[in-house]
Design a protein around this ligand. Structure first.
Ligand SMILES: [Zn+2]
Length: 322
């Protein structure tokens, strides 16, 4: 059974599938993403890899109508893909050579367009889960892409706030946030040409970081070659900085937020990348517990200004003023 089920209270879709229960635990050895596994070509740079257990599909199974007016269900149209960053098993996003991260960004652009052009996909969500704390079983460097048949609730809220702000102030909300951060300066981590990395004022997680372009761009396919080059650098830098905090592989959720692909205009939005790392310190994890899950209320157990200073010091040691 696989379908979308509508929650009429929260007004969102839940992707339901029982086929993923059979998802095997991947053994430490025999990585399927390494050349020679028989599952990937013998050589590649970056590679899209069809998800073995997609929860959304261009050819979803038929659904049995719920038979209820209150309870709606729909076929789980969409697409789920894995993006392999490198053939090297232990390389991280932060260690990718410049031309390799360039190819990764080009592949994101290609996939944003390819999935976005599918008439049943309204939002292309590019992301990476990294580390066992996030439940990742394969360490081989990879991210994922979900092509959703709907605009996710949180993005819908972002879009609505940006539209409201634009109508009222005639300004872009994300660029105003960036302006505010630059003016204050205490939470800035890395200024790299057209991109700025900072810990947001309202961070929920101790080491949360945003990467935002200084100019308005709505989606990954709007960047020039030079901008993509700098974006690659901002990405490898923040991941390298993270890995230097505790001198260990630093777990995170990395999410690219961009314009929906439903054919409508969103002139008030802004492309940005959000990093949510779940560690509070070297050994303790910040869990999403009752408050976060049931009331969407986060407690940040740290000062965003101090955490940003910590990240900025590592940045200066590694890269100086560049
Ligand atoms: Zn591998």
């Amino acid at each position: 059974m696989q379908e979308l089920r509508w929650n009429p209270v929260l007004k969102w879709w839940v992707m339901v599938s029982d086929s993923r229960e059979q998802r095997p635990l991947t053994p430490e050895k025999n990585c399927p993403f390494c050349p020679g596994s028989g599952k990937v070509p013998d050589s590649y740079d970056v590679l899209p890899y069809a998800n073995d257990f997609p929860i959304l599909s261009p050819h979803p199974p038929e659904v049995v109508p719920s038979g209820s007016i209150l309870y709606r269900n729909e076929k789980s149209y969409g697409k789920c893909e894995v993006i392999l960053y490198s053939p090297e098993h232990t390389l991280s996003l932060g260690e990718l050579p410049e031309d390799n991260i360039g190819k990764l960004i080009d592949l994101w652009v290609e996939k944003y367009r390819e999935l976005g052009d599918m008439d049943f996909i309204r939002y292309v969500f590019i992301f990476e889960n990294r580390g066992k704390e996030i439940g990742v079983t394969i360490i081989h460097p990879h991210g994922q892409i979900y092509g959703f048949p709907f605009i996710p609730k949180k993005i819908e809220l972002e879009l609505s706030s940006c539209r409201e702000y634009f109508e009222r102030e005639k300004k872009n909300l994300y660029l105003e946030i960036l302006h505010e951060e630059l003016k204050d300066g205490r939470r800035i981590v890395d200024e790299n040409g057209p991109f700025v990395t900072f810990v947001p004022y309202f961070a929920e997680y101790p080491y949360q970081a945003y990467i935002i372009p200084r100019e308005q761009r709505l989606s990954i396919d709007e960047f020039s070659d030079d901008e993509k080059h700098h974006l690659g650098r901002s990405l490898t830098r923040i991941v390298t900085i993270y890995d230097h905090i505790f001198n260990r592989e630093f777990p995170y959720m990395m999410c690219l937020d961009q314009k929906p692909t439903d054919g409508k205009d969103y002139p008030y939005y802004q492309f940005h990348i959000e990093f949510y790392p779940p560690l509070r310190n070297e050994k303790t994890q910040k869990f999403n517990a009752s408050s976060e899950t049931a009331s969407w209320t986060h407690g940040n157990p740290s000062s965003p200004e101090q955490k940003a200073a910590e990240l900025r010091n590592i940045k200066e040691k590694l890269y100086g003023d560049r």
